[in-house]
Design a protein around this ligand. Structure first.
Ligand SMILES: [Zn+2]
Length: 304
């Protein structure tokens, strides 16, 4: 995630005017939310941390940790029964792999998609940014299995080079034919879901997400897109998109602290883009809430 301060607070004004959306009933969403959990996500995150540490201590694109993480994510998804591909993108004079998994079930012309960047900055293991987003999708993928009872196909993506200039997600969108872009009903971006002084932010077409977070006890702030994560290539291509995040280098306001807990006047993630973004830099309540909100939304939107 790369953020601009002005855009973040400008988007906040939206929060006060809209009525709280309600959670649409979905039996499959209820089932999936009952099985997916923050503990399961933390177990996935611990595995990703182990792979990262065993391969240089970061997952920067071009470093061995990124390639090892790609192989790890592919193995987790294949074990859960997903159809996995590793479409490549170009960065400099080299080619790198994204990871894309699609359910065997559901109509391929009405896709609900979620993506999280797998790379980190070179400075550290990137456990909150964005191991938490990757682990959230891996937990959900494991609980869903590759053949869930859905009407629209579910697609999960793990991007490279977000921390450079989104070359992974941009390369993916550029390679889509017009009909393939049309087939994506929603792209949901998941970038940082466990900041230690957590915030709850929803961007774009996130009414269902916002309703689920509200029902889980955290009324989110609604933000405009500001071009600082992998939703940008999708938004630019006119694909309906949403995003969620727990906050990075900005300070939590007094009003936010009152609603979400944590410390006013302190940044959401004190270890953002540094060596201390490790397993101790994770808020377990936020991780659990975001896991349930994303699981519920993916299930509800792909069965609705
Ligand atoms: Zn990030």
């Amino acid at each position: 995630m790369r953020t601009t301060l002005v855009a973040l607070f400008a988007g906040l004004t939206l929060a006060c005017t809209t009525a709280a959306p309600t959670v649409a009933p979905s039996p499959y969403a209820d089932t999936l939310v009952a099985t997916a959990s923050g503990d399961g996500t933390f177990a996935q995150l611990s595995e990703l941390d182990r792979v990262t540490r065993a391969n240089g201590g970061n997952r920067a694109t071009g470093e061995p940790g990124y390639d090892a993480a790609v192989d790890h994510v592919v193995a987790v998804l294949q074990k859960a029964g997903w159809r996995v591909t590793t479409p490549e993108f170009t960065l400099g004079d080299r080619r790198y792999r994204n990871v894309v998994a699609q359910s065997a079930t559901g109509a391929p012309d009405r896709v609900v998609m979620a993506g999280a960047h797998l790379d980190s900055v070179p400075e550290g293991p990137g456990i909150n940014d964005n191991g938490s987003g990757v682990a959230t999708l891996l937990e959900i993928a494991t609980r869903m299995g590759g053949s869930p009872p859905v009407a629209g196909a579910v697609r999960l993506a793990f991007w490279g080079a977000e921390e450079i200039d989104f070359e992974g997600s941009q390369g993916y969108v550029d390679a889509l034919a017009p009909a393939e872009r049309e087939a994506i009903d929603l792209y949901l971006n998941v970038d940082m879901t466990a900041s230690p002084n957590p915030g709850y932010f929803v961007q774009g077409r996130g009414d269902d997400l916002a309703a689920r977070l509200t029902a889980l006890g955290a009324v989110p702030d609604r933000l405009d897109f500001d071009g600082t994560s992998d939703y940008a290539p999708f938004v630019d291509a006119g694909i309906p998109s949403a995003g969620l995040l727990a906050g990075d280098a900005e300070e939590k306001s007094a009003d936010q602290a009152e609603r979400w807990g944590g410390t006013a006047g302190e940044v959401f993630d004190r270890c953002y883009h540094t060596a201390c973004d490790d397993l101790d830099n994770i808020d377990r309540t936020a991780l659990d809430r975001f896991t349930d909100a994303v699981a519920g939304s993916l299930a509800a939107l792909s069965t609705g």
